[in-house]
Design a protein around this ligand. Structure first.
Ligand SMILES: NC(=O)C1=CN([C@@H]2O[C@H](COP(=O)(O)OP(=O)(O)OC[C@H]3O[C@@H](n4cnc5c(N)ncnc54)[C@H](OP(=O)(O)O)[C@@H]3O)[C@@H](O)[C@H]2O)C=CC1
Ligand SMILES: Nc1nc(=O)c2c([nH]1)NC[C@@H]1CN(c3ccc(C(=O)N[C@@H](CCC(=O)O)C(=O)O)cc3)C=[N+]21
Length: 292
């Protein structure tokens, strides 16, 4: 990570996980439940995320319960299991990985997770809170993007930010969180007539599309910060597979002021943010007397 313009997600991950561990240690063995991570069916991208969740939980001293439910599970069975977890005092928080099989209605399951255990901030109540600028329990990748913009030292008030991608889990929450910080936010998607027209004037460009090399140097204002959320597997001519983001990192590095590498940028901070969200859930459960 030689080049100072590369934002070091691994270092931010360590800092956040240390905060989480300090919180857990402060409980001096007091009750803190387990973090339940639900995947439904097999998905390699999800597997990487869950593996890194397990590592993050171990580093933070949080008990981690990795649940892999089969493709054939019914919607009703999912709801029953989640409702049981809502009522289980040993369950601190629940995250439901996406994607889920086509026959499963993910929005319904997100709503089934009680807001006080919704460590990924995807229950409509959690998402709604972001509109009220209560961003303490927010979708992890969106929160990680804001964290990494803060790493640059840029003042977010009035900052021109262009968010490319408007998914419900990344693009939209990220835009709302940045508005809460006082940024001027433009959101682009596939219907946007000229993404480049917007990205070229931005102080910060965040991209969450899923297209390798979508963002080249011609789309970035000199000195701007670039937050690359994309995860794309590409196969090199020699047949080797590797993960790249949505940004042509090496070319953009010549013009950007800062850029998050893939891997080593947003991913590790997403994992650490999930662990920090678990401590926020614990505090909120204490506050309402769910646990003592
Ligand atoms: N590092 C991390 O923690 C995470 C990384 N990711 C990665 O981020 C990427 C995006 O995932 P996700 O947020 O779920 O988004 P989705 O895959 O659900 O959707 C892609 C988004 O990009 C938009 N889009 C598609 N083509 C273009 C284009 N040419 N120009 C501008 N916008 C376009 C789509 O707009 P429209 O809907 O109008 O088609 C849509 O909003 C993926 O690579 C994913 O793997 C996702 C989650 C976490
Ligand atoms: N409900 C839900 N929320 C998500 O946030 C979500 C999801 N579902 N489904 C899958 C995607 C993908 N995702 C990743 C997060 C971190 C890494 C990560 O740790 N990346 C490392 C990879 C390093 C390694 O290979 O271990 C890095 O970028 O450095 C990867 C992928 C979150 N996702």
């Amino acid at each position: 990570m030689g080049d100072h313009r590369l934002l070091n997600g691994k270092a931010v991950r360590v800092r956040i996980l240390n905060e989480v561990k300090a919180y857990v240690d402060s409980l001096r063995g007091g009750p803190i439940g387990r973090l339940v991570s639900i995947s439904i069916g097999d998905n390699p991208e999800v597997a990487v995320y869950v593996r890194n969740q397990a590592r993050g939980a171990a580093a933070a001293g949080l008990r981690f319960d990795q649940q892999l439910w089969g493709n054939e599970i019914t919607q009703e069975e999912c709801k029953r299991l989640i409702t049981e977890m809502n009522d289980d005092p040993d369950v601190l928080g629940i995250i439901l990985q996406r994607p889920v099989p086509d026959h499963i209605h993910v929005r319904s399951l997100q709503s089934a997770i009680h807001p006080l255990k919704d460590v990924e901030g995807m229950n409509p109540a959690s998402i709604g809170n972001i509109v009220y600028s209560d961003v303490a329990l927010a979708p992890c990748t969106a929160a990680a993007s804001v964290e990494l913009i803060k790493e640059t030292g840029l003042n977010l008030k009035g900052l021109e930010v262009v968010m490319i991608g408007h998914s419900e889990i990344v693009g939209k929450p990220a835009a709302m969180m940045l508005m809460a910080e006082g940024a001027t936010v433009t959101v682009c998607h596939h219907m946007t007539r000229s993404v480049a027209m917007h990205s070229r004037r931005a102080d910060v460009v965040i991209v969450a599309v899923g297209k390798a090399h979508l963002i080249g140097p011609e789309m970035i204002k000199p000195g701007a910060a670039v937050i690359d959320i994309g995860i794309n597997q590409i196969v090199a001519p020699d047949g080797s597979a590797r993960i790249v983001g949505d940004v042509a990192t090496d070319e953009v590095l010549d013009i950007a002021g800062w850029i998050t590498p893939v891997p080593g940028g947003v991913g590790p901070v997403t994992v650490a943010t999930l662990m920090r969200n678990a401590t926020v859930a614990h505090e909120r459960q204490l506050a309402v007397g769910w646990i003592s």
